[in-house]
Design a binder for this molecule. Structure first.
Ligand code: INI
Length: 174
């Protein structure tokens, strides 16, 4: 059995982060957690580009445009949609999630969903660094893992370097 799994070794390339200004107290904390984790994983700040958008609804378009440039190994999306604050929560949260997924599948670039969807401000704060970790940091990890996984699968990866018909992949040490 061949097992493919991305690890957290330092990847090459640049990373884009799209972050919403709406609920900026939370999203700035997500951005801080995201950049901090990238740096800890070996991606220096000068390899990070940050694009601010008005709200989470605007994230997918900009994420897709950035992914289409071919300049980025991955795009991380950060936002915060709080149910208590909006009657159109379901639309904003749902469209943001669907759009992020579409941007990724359409471009073949990992586009990571780091948009908090919570019931309350308290939950949002807890998930942006207070009590329950920082979703921005988790998003940076997911980006690195996906880049390393795709490097195993895609051109030049171990799956493409074995003779046709062998179907083999690298079995990473666990
Ligand atoms: N945008 C968010 O990122 N989070 C929210 O909680 C939110 N609420 O509450 O409405 C929100 N709305 C703005 C939306 O994302 C767009 O910016 C706006 O509708 C303009 O297109």
């Amino acid at each position: 059995m061949n097992v493919l799994e991305g690890d957290l070794s330092p990847p090459a390339g640049r990373f884009a982060i799209v972050v919403a200004r709406f609920n900026s107290m939370v999203t700035e904390a997500l951005l801080h957690g995201c950049c901090d984790r990238f740096v800890r994983l070996g991606v220096a700040e000068d390899r990070l580009d940050v694009a601010w958008v008005p709200g989470s609804f605007e994230i997918p378009l900009v994420a897709r445009k950035l992914a289409e440039t071919g300049q980025y190994a991955a795009v991380v999306c950060l936002g915060c949609v709080i149910r208590g604050e909006t009657s159109h929560y379901d639309h904003v949260a749902g469209q943001a999630a669907g759009g992020v997924m579409q941007a990724s599948v359409a471009t073949g670039v990992p586009v990571i969903f780091g948009i908090l969807t919570t019931e309350s401000v308290e939950q949002a704060l807890n998930r942006s660094g207070l009590k329950s970790g920082n979703k921005g940091g988790e998003a940076a990890e997911a980006a690195v893992e996906m880049v390393n996984l795709l490097a195993q699968i895609g051109p030049g990866g171990s799956l493409t370097s074995v003779p046709a018909g062998f179907g083999g992949g690298r079995i990473p040490a666990r």
